[in-house]
Design a protein around this ligand. Structure first.
Ligand code: PMP
Length: 289
């Protein structure tokens, strides 16, 4: 595997960052998780847009342009002959001193890793997954804003550990006001009476790229979509529930905190959206070859 670091490609064993990089020392940096399907990078522009928004929010000057980053991602896929897979793009604050002041970091580092993807077990896509709500709440907007896809994912990791302890793969995170925000690495959707609901960004949801695609697809299919504040009560009483993410794609949820959702099987609207999503991934994106 060839890994891109600041304009050069390295073999996996030689792809290294300094122990003084503030990405390592403080989680000071940002990232994106991107998918390649059928020889194309899906929604690449949208991911790079979000990377630049994250960078702006943390005053990180990305050392190369939007177009150059897009090219670095596509070139790294091509170098690795990757037709289908997962791309991890990172921008770290760069090498600094042991103090946390980012002004000491001379130049941010851009890293691209193009690898295979590990999904949830197929059985969960077919029959739905069980999830729980965990005690760790989503970061506050006025602390580390959840819209920033930062290298500091401890908030999500703590929630994931709590999911693991409960014996499930994903967890609903509430915000400090008790409203549903999202899951540890996925956005959440509900269907009730033929209408679709997902928490607003103001509730602590990430501006998910898959979330956006699914909302567009639903609207095209004539489904009304809105973003109200949602509580666990709304989740328990939904007809259907599913999660979205670049890695997870769309995955049905059939049990939450021991309550069966809808019929206990993936619902018809979820199934139809899964189909449309897969079809879209096969035909659109930035060509690699
Ligand atoms: N929420 C969080 C916290 C995430 O990390 C992610 C990305 N894995 C998502 C939602 C889904 O976003 P996207 O569809 O852009 O991958």
């Amino acid at each position: 595997m060839k890994i891109y670091i600041d304009g050069k490609y390295y073999d996996e064993k030689n792809a290294k960052v300094s122990v003084f990089d503030h990405g390592l020392l403080y989680g000071d940096g940002i990232f994106e998780g991107i998918r390649a399907y059928n020889g194309r990078v899906f929604k690449l522009k949208e991911h790079i847009d979000r990377l630049f928004y994250s960078a702006k929010a943390i005053l990180l000057e990305i050392p190369i342009s939007h177009a150059e980053i897009m090219k670095a991602v596509v070139d790294t896929c091509r170098k690795n002959k990757l037709r289908d897979g997962y791309i991890r793009l990172l921008v770290t604050r760069g090498i600094g001193t042991l103090g946390l002041n980012p002004n000491r970091c001379k130049r941010p580092s851009v890293i691209v890793i193009a690898d295979k993807i590990q999904l949830y077990p197929k059985e969960m896509y077919d029959n739905g997954m069980a999830i729980v709500t965990v005690p760790t709440t989503r970061n506050l907007h006025n602390a580390v804003n959840p819209a920033i896809k930062s290298l500091n994912y401890l908030n999500n990791i703590l929630a994931k550990i709590e999911a693991n302890i409960a014996g499930v793969e994903e967890a609903i995170m509430l915000n400090a006001d008790g409203y549903v925000a999202e899951c540890t690495g996925d956005n959440i959707f509900l269907l009730k009476g033929g209408k679709m609901y997902t928490p607003p960004l103001s509730a602590g949801a990430l501006y998910g790229i898959t979330r956006g695609v699914v909302m567009d697809m639903a609207r095209e299919a004539g489904i009304e979509v809105s973003e109200p504040n949602l509580t666990r009560y709304d989740v328990f009483n939904a007809d259907e529930c599913f999660l979205t993410g670049t890695g997870a794609e769309l995955i049905p949820v059939t049990k939450v905190d021991g309550r069966v959702i809808g019929t206990g099987k993936p619902g018809p609207i979820t199934k139809s959206l899964v189909k449309s999503y897969h079809a879209l991934t096969q035909i659109s994106g930035e060509p690699i070859f």
